[in-house]
Design a protein. Structure first.
Length: 130
């Protein structure tokens, strides 16, 4: 379809409400938003070297708030609905995948509950997603 696809992966279990820094990954069907952002010349590009090797399995790790803000800015630039996939890690071994579509025309984010929604940590995962 002609809806851009973006994937975000949350690696730590800290809630957004606590203000803790989060490490995440973003993919898109048309290429990486992070790679297309200011990785080569921005001051935040040095933060990517601070990412742990355990995250190397992800396509692109976002290690700073500036990186996350740049990805969000690029997602919000679309004038057509954007498909966003969010992977939240509940534990080291368990994660849930949330599929969503952001419609920029009416500023509504549609979120589908994951089919593999595990009872363990489900409240925390849902709160973290919000």
């Amino acid at each position: 379809s002609d809806v851009p696809v973006h994937h975000r992966t949350d690696h730590d279990r800290a809630s957004l409400l606590t203000g803790s820094s989060r490490k995440s990954s973003v993919d898109s069907a048309g290429g990486s938003l992070f790679e297309a952002s200011s990785r080569a010349s921005s001051p935040s590009s040095s933060s990517s070297s601070e990412c742990s090797d355990t995250e190397s399995h992800d396509i692109h790790s976002l290690c700073s708030e500036d990186d996350c803000q740049e990805v969000l800015r690029q997602i919000l630039q679309h004038d057509q609905p954007v498909h966003i996939s969010i992977k939240l890690h509940v534990t080291e071994d368990q994660s849930t995948n949330w599929m969503s579509i952001l419609n920029p025309n009416n500023n509504i984010l549609y979120v589908a509950f994951p089919t593999d929604f595990a009872p363990a940590g489900s409240k925390e995962t849902f709160t973290s997603l919000l």
